[in-house]
Write a protein that binds this ligand. Structure first.
Ligand code: 8GP
Length: 837
């Protein structure tokens, strides 16, 4: 169209669509403009929240210009892109991050202060986008930051839940859940694309007909359909023009479907259908590392993968290339098995709609997809019952059975006459009813499978995917150790330390090349530097102490050792072991004379994390922590030597306060159960030491920072099976210290012991699946080693600096580069600032 315009019109557009300047006054004008027009408020009559809204809208304008330029230039160049399919993106707050990444924090800070507001208060008015449960969702967010920063052409695809992860409140020591209606006020960080609507179908039946060449064609005749509407979330890279996109889908009733019932006078049915359609994206399932198996969850998964693939295919088709070029243009990463249906949907599109042969289609599919596994826990493995699946997706079920048939035929050819092997490898589990094993489908449909830390990637090769390694060979199974973005987790969360590092290294280049931190090592013997380093830690501890006072109404001393365990509550993560050791510590202090007490290292034990609402044992752990806290914190015999707090509603923005303030943090899963962990990396990057087991990424952290800077205890992954066997069949007695702790609970030292009986039962000899008793003595010893080490503050400060200095490997930039080079085959495509709005 533009070509048809007279020259003057084109020039007028060019002139008027120049980017706004980024000086303080222009920024202030844009803020005031949004206050008076978009928000329709009087200029002076505002609170922090409306100030936040106006600053956010002004920031958003600048994000949108970058987004437009990026997407415009990428459309023209059409390089290979990666699509990251994740049911969870745990972004947290956006404003501070966007301003820092765009290099506008200083300007906005000054502008906002001059307008009479405190920038920190304004930033804190933002509610978290909490569209994720824990590590898996936050990893997706860190990867999006790195992809944008490294100028990779990448889009995320996810769901726009009306309700994110529930809000946690503690009532009488128990977790209670409240809905997180985060969209209550408009969300300035999304661009609704109401014009992008895709019809998604469910149910019905399959019609099979012979075409003119005698080939059987399968036609899916669905029973119902809904619309997927796109909402785009711009993701600005740090120190680059590039701005990537996360497209989140929202479900809505289709107009036609609505109207039919309505016109037939069946008003109630039409309302009911509309509600059912909206329900699909209404709520995030609150399970971490467990599978719920609900029909609505399966609907979410299909709705999301079908909408995303439709979008990806439409973009590909614009280039008018051959289908065989598809894997050269498109890489799709499956974040866990949740998006595995995308494999089946692409095969269906290619065979049923694009009329490709099965084999040609399957080659395209398997070259396109790659799959990340995040856990070996059996309760987390996704399985869908065949009858339920058939009811919702009859054609997809046929395709899965065909994929499985052809796959098993090849297995049989390679390893003849091994029925056991076929049974184990089958995508269909022969149970009552039959189950679809999504992990098997994901492996069969992908060209690469990766674990998320070295130990984990090896474990999956010898356990859940062993047969697949024998069949496909080693090369298909790779490791991509997780990483975290240093922009959010150091620069944003710990601005004082970030500044000290930049001042010391002479530039902020380390924020894009984290290995540069290594140079901090040269400062370790500089007493002045160590003093500044520890002063920042103390400042961060004061800030956390204030948060604890507000949220828990407990006064804690910032001079005590801050000991932190914050993560989802799960038996395998062993928060239970931690609180049992706290009880042991409490009993030890109580038994001391005054002079003995004088040498005790004061400690504040800080817990935080949500339990899945249906996870009874995890919820009891929270109750026990709060019951212990209530007794310990009131006990004058203990005073400041020990405090225990449970910080309610742990989320990303709370983590940003906790992480920089920790002296020691706990990563104490039973060896072999925590695939990687990512908070371990965040703490160490911020100069916090860790106590942990030889599990997940702890092992690689040890390798980087040196064993003298980490407190390791407990059994090793390869010992776990024997230990379980020994306690089950040889009745290894309970650890005596642990026995003492249990007796105290049973005597009612902490509330009515009946409450905790189900929890204590998990420790019964022979049933202690997570090996708390086996690891207890070494855990207590490791905690004592922490106390001793902390008393020598000079040495501790050296350890702390060494920690930060050696964390280069754990930048998500490194992870994402490895994925790009080894799995996706994509290159960075830097965006040029053409000065357009
Ligand atoms: C988590 C792992 O538990 C954690 O160790 C890892 O750091 C994180 O993923 C990121 O890789 N796994 C899950 O959240 C998970 O497996 N969820 C299951 C429901 C799939």
């Amino acid at each position: 169209e533009k070509a048809k315009w007279p020259k003057e019109t084109v020039e007028l557009w060019e002139r008027l669509s120049k980017k706004e300047a980024n000086d303080v006054e222009t920024v202030q004008k844009s803020i005031v403009h949004h206050v008076t027009t978009t928000l329709a408020r009087a200029a002076y009559n505002m609170d922090n929240f409306s100030a936040y809204q106006a600053v956010a809208l002004s920031t958003r304008d600048r994000l949108i210009s970058r987004w437009n330029e990026t997407q415009g230039q990428l459309s023209k160049a059409d390089p290979k892109r990666v699509y990251y399919l994740s049911l969870e993106f745990l972004l947290g707050r956006s404003m501070d991050n966007a301003l820092l990444n765009m290099g506008l924090k200083g300007t906005y800070g000054k502008g906002v202060e001059q307008l009479g507001f405190n920038m920190e208060d304004v930033i804190e008015s933002e509610v978290d986008a909490a569209l994720g449960n824990g590590g898996l969702g936050r990893l997706a967010a860190c990867y999006m930051d790195s992809l944008a920063t490294l100028d990779y052409p990448a889009w995320g695809y996810g769901l726009r839940y009306n309700y994110g992860i529930f809000q946690q409140r503690i009532v009488d020591g128990y977790q209670t859940e409240y809905p997180d209606y985060w969209l209550n006020f408009d969300n300035p960080w999304e661009l609704p694309r109401l014009d992008i609507s895709i019809q998604i179908s469910f149910g019905g039946h399959v019609q099979s007909i012979q075409d003119e060449y005698g080939v059987t064609r399968h036609n899916w005749i669905p029973a119902q359909s809904v619309q997927a509407i796109a909402y785009d979330v711009p993701i600005p890279g740090y120190d680059t023009e590039n701005c990537n996109n996360i497209r989140l889908w929202r479900s809505k009733p289709t107009k036609t479907f609505d109207l039919t019932s309505f016109n037939e006078g069946n008003y109630e049915k039409s309302v009911e259908d509309a509600t059912n359609a909206e329900k699909i994206t209404s709520v995030l399932y609150p399970n971490d590392n467990t599978m719920a198996g609900k029909e609505l969850r399966l609907k979410q998964q299909y709705f999301w993968t079908a909408a995303s693939l439709h979008d990806i295919v439409r973009r590909f088709k614009k280039s008018r290339r051959e289908w065989s070029d598809f894997p050269d243009q498109v890489a799709i990463q499956l974040n866990d098995t949740h998006p595995t249906l995308a494999i089946v949907e692409l095969q269906r599109l290619l065979v049923d709609e694009e009329m490709l042969s099965w084999d040609d289609a399957w080659e395209i599919v398997t070259k396109t997809f790659a799959f990340t596994n995040h856990t070996v826990l059996p309760e987390a493995m996704e399985k869908w019952s065949v009858p339920m699946f058939e009811y919702l997706l009859p054609r997809h079920l046929q395709i899965i059975f065909d994929i499985n048939l052809f796959f098993l035929q090849k297995v049989e050819k390679k390893f003849p006459n091994d029925r056991g092997l076929l049974n184990r490898m089958s995508i269909i589990e022969e149970a009552q009813p039959q189950q679809i094993r999504m992990a098997h489908l994901a492996v069969v449909g992908s060209h690469k499978v990766n674990g998320v830390a070295a130990l984990h990637s090896n474990l999956i090769k010898t356990t859940i995917f062993k047969d697949f390694v024998d069949y496909y060979g080693e090369d298909k199974f790779v490791n991509k150790t997780n990483g975290i973005t240093p922009r959010r987790w150091l620069h944003q969360a710990n601005p004082k330390l970030s500044k000290l590092i930049s001042d010391t290294l002479g530039s902020d280049k380390w924020l894009k090349d984290l290995s540069l931190l290594k140079k901090l090592t040269t400062k370790i013997d500089n007493a002045e530097f160590r003093k500044s380093w520890m002063a920042i830690k103390r400042h961060n501890k004061v800030r956390l102490a204030e948060l604890i006072k507000i949220r828990c109404n407990v006064e804690v001393s910032p001079d005590a050792l801050f000991d932190v365990q914050v993560k989802r509550i799960h038996e395998y993560k062993r928060q239970f072991m931690n609180i049992l050791a706290v009880i042991h510590r409490y009993r030890t202090i109580k038994s001391m004379t005054a002079s003995q007490k004088a040498s005790v290292q004061p400690r504040v034990v800080i817990f935080g994390g949500k339990a899945a609402p249906g996870y009874y044992i995890a919820k009891l752990v929270i109750k026990l922590i709060n019951s212990v806290a209530a007794v310990v914190n009131q006990d004058p015999a203990v005073g400041d030597l020990l405090k225990v707090v449970f910080i309610p509603d742990y989320n990303v923005s709370v983590a940003e306060v906790i992480v920089p303030a920790s002296d020691i943090s706990q990563h104490i899963s039973t060896a072999g159960t925590e695939a990687s962990g990512t908070s371990n990396m965040k703490f160490v990057l911020n100069g916090g030491l860790i106590i942990g087991t030889m599990d997940g990424a702890n092992i690689e952290i040890l390798e980087e920072i040196g064993e003298e800077n980490i407190f390791i205890f407990g059994c090793l992954a390869h010992e776990v099976e024997d230990l379980r066997h020994a306690q089950r069949y040889r009745g290894v007695p309970m650890d005596p210290a642990l026995q003492g702790v249990i007796s105290a609970i049973e005597k009612g030292v902490f509330e009515d012991p009946k409450i905790f009986q189900p929890l204590i039962s998990t420790l019964t000899v022979g049933k202690d699946f997570y090996l708390i008793s086996a690891d207890f003595a070494s855990y207590i010893a490791a905690n004592q080693a922490v106390d001793t080490a902390y008393k020598n503050q000079e040495e501790w400060s050296k350890k702390s600096i060494r920690c930060t200095a050696n964390m280069g490997k754990f930048s998500s930039d490194r992870s994402v580069k490895e994925y790009a080079d080894d799995i996706w085959g994509i290159k960075s495509y830097p965006i040029v600032d053409e000065g357009h709005m």
